[in-house]
Design a protein around this ligand. Structure first.
Ligand SMILES: Cc1cc2nc3c(=O)[nH]c(=O)nc-3n(C[C@H](O)[C@H](O)[C@H](O)COP(=O)(O)OP(=O)(O)OC[C@H]3O[C@@H](n4cnc5c(N)ncnc54)[C@H](O)[C@@H]3O)c2cc1C
Length: 382
C-alpha cells in the first residue's frame, strides 16, 4: 500500500523557494507534496535600487507569486506564516488558519531593524522615516521624493543612515533619482564607523564619485528625527526631510522567535543539510538562516546556491535517500548599482567601477527576472 505524501510547507517565496517550486514534479515523485505560503508579490532585491533611482519601472522587479506557483503546479496560500507549534508540527497563518506539516522550510528574507527607543523621537514613525526593507517601500519612497521635488523644485534633504554596501547603494540611487528629475541631490550618508566592506581603494573611488554628485559623508549615528532634522547621538542635527534606514538586516521576528537556535541577528542556525540545529523538521535558507560555523552576509546569491541542495533534501524526506550538504562559497560577485549608469563590482579583493559593471548586473538581474516571469506567464513591459 502506498503511503500518503509528506506535506512540506514552503514559507516565503524567496530566491531558494522559487527554485524549489520548479522542482515540484521531482518532489512529488519522491512522495513529497509541496505547499507554498507567501505574500502575493515577490520583490527582487537585485533591481530594487534601479526602481528607486527611476532607471526601471517597479513592475520589472516584481513577480506575481500566485501565477508563478500556478505555473509550477504548486498550491499557494497568500499570506504569511506567523507562528509555529514545533511540538504539534502546526503553523499559524496570517489569515488565522492553522496548517499541519511533516516539514517546513523557511525562506522569508530579512527586515531592517527600526529602533524603538522611546527617546528616539519619531525615528520609527510613519512618513519621514523609511527602512529599506520591506523592498516594496522603495517604490513608495521614489514616489515621495518625486512629489517633494515637484513641489519644491529642488531635492528634499535626504539622510541615509548606514555605511554598508546597501547604504552607499541607496544613497547613490537617490542621487540618480534627483539627477533624472533635473535637480542637484541634497543627500547625507551617515556612517557609524569607517566602512571596511570593500578594498580601501574601491571605497575611496566610490566615496569620491558619490561626493562629486553631491552626497556628503557624515560620521555619526541617527537617534531621532523631528521637525525637518535628524538628531545624532553626539547631539548634532542634520537637515532631514526624509530619513532612510539602511542600518543592517535581521531575520524577521516570526523566525527569530520560534524558540530554535539563532545567530545574533536572529537568523536560524542550520547545519549543512539546511535543517535547523534544533529541529530536523525545520529547514531554512537565504537571509533568515545561517550555516553554523560558516556565516555569510545577507545576499541573494546564497539562497540561489543553496536552492538545489534544499530541493534535493526535501525530496530525500520522501525517498529516504541521503541528504546532501551545502557549503556556501568563500567568494562571490556583488555589484552595486550607482544610479547613474555605472556600477561597482566586487569579488573578494578584486573590484571594478564603471559602466561595464552595471551592464553586467543588468544582464544578470533582468535575465533572472525574465526566467521567473516565463514561468508566471507575465508579460514584460519596456
Ligand atoms: C536595497 C537593497 C538592495 C539589495 N541588492 C542586492 C543585490 O543587488 N544583490 C543581492 O544579492 N542582494 C541584495 N540585497 C540583499 C537581498 O535583499 C537579500 O539578501 C535577499 O533578498 C535575500 O533573499 P532571500 O531569498 O533570503 O529572501 P527574499 O528575497 O527577501 O524573499 C523572502 C520572501 O519571503 C516573504 N516573507 C517574509 N516573511 C514571511 C512569512 N512570515 N511568511 C511567508 N513569507 C514571508 C517576503 O515577502 C519575500 O517575498 C539588497 C538588499 C537591499 C535592502
Amino acid at each position: 500500500m502506498s503511503r500518503a505524501p509528506l506535506r512540506v510547507v514552503l514559507a516565503g517565496a524567496g530566491h531558494a523557494h522559487l527554485h524549489v517550486l520548479r522542482r515540484a514534479r521531482t518532489l512529488r515523485a519522491a512522495g513529497v507534496e509541496p505547499l507554498l505560503v507567501a505574500p502575493p508579490v515577490f520583490h527582487y532585491s537585485g533591481l530594487a535600487t534601479a526602481v528607486l533611482s527611476g532607471a526601471l519601472a517597479p513592475d520589472r522587479a516584481r513577480l506575481d507569486v500566485a501565477a508563478y506557483a500556478a505555473g509550477c503546479g504548486v498550491p499557494h496560500i497568500p499570506g504569511e506564516v506567523t507562528g509555529v507549534d514545533l511540538g504539534a508540527r502546526r503553523l499559524r497563518l496570517s489569515d488565522g488558519r492553522e496548517l499541519g506539516y511533516e516539514a517546513v522550510s523557511f525562506n522569508v528574507g530579512s527586515v531592517t531593524p527600526v529602533p524603538e527607543d522611546p527617546g528616539a523621537g519619531d525615528i520609527a514613525g510613519e512618513g519621514g522615516t523609511w527602512p529599506v526593507k520591506p523592498l516594496d517601500r522603495l517604490a513608495a519612497l521614489r514616489r515621495r521624493v518625486e512629489d517633494l521635488v515637484r513641489e519644491g523644485g529642488a531635492s528634499p534633504a535626504l539622510v541615509v543612515a548606514g555605511g554598508g554596501p546597501t547604504g552607499f547603494e541607496v544613497a547613490a540611487a537617490l542621487a540618480g533619482l534627483c539627477e533624472r528629475r533635473g535637480v542637484r541631490p541634497d543627500i547625507r550618508l551617515l556612517r557609524r564607523s569607517q566602512p571596511d566592506w570593500a578594498p580601501p581603494a574601491a571605497l575611496a573611488r566610490l566615496t569620491s564619485a558619490l561626493q562629486e554628485r553631491g552626497i556628503v559623508m557624515v560620521d555619526g549615528e541617527a537617534v531621532g528625527r523631528s521637525d525637518g532634522a535628524c538628531r545624532l547621538a553626539d547631539g548634532r542635527a542634520l537637515p532631514c526631510d526624509l530619513l532612510v534606514l539602511a542600518t543592517g538586516l535581521k531575520a524577521p521576528p516570526d523566525v527569530s522567535g520560534l524558540g530554535l537556535p539563532v545567530s545574533a541577528e536572529g537568523r536560524l542556525l542550520v547545519g549543512p543539510t539546511l535543517q535547523s540545529t534544533g529541529d530536523p523538521a525545520v529547514f531554512a535558507a537565504g537571509d533568515c538562516a545561517v550555516i553554523a560555523g560558516a556565516p555569510r552576509p545577507a545576499a541573494g546569491v546564497f539562497g540561489v546556491r543553496a536552492a538545489p541542495v534544499l530541493a534535493g533534501n526535501l525530496a530525500a524526506l520522501g525517498s529516504g535517500r541521503r541528504m546532501q550538504g551545502y557549503a556556501p562559497q568563500a567568494r562571490w560577485l556583488s555589484i552595486l548599482d550607482l544610479g547613474d549608469g555605472t556600477g561597482l563590482a566586487l569579488r573578494g579583493r578584486a573590484w571594478s567601477l564603471g559602466r561595464g559593471a552595471l551592464a553586467l548586473k543588468r544582464r544578470l538581474d533582468l535575465g533572472f527576472m525574465a526566467r521567473l516571469k516565463a514561468t508566471s506567464g507575465e508579460v514584460l513591459q519596456d
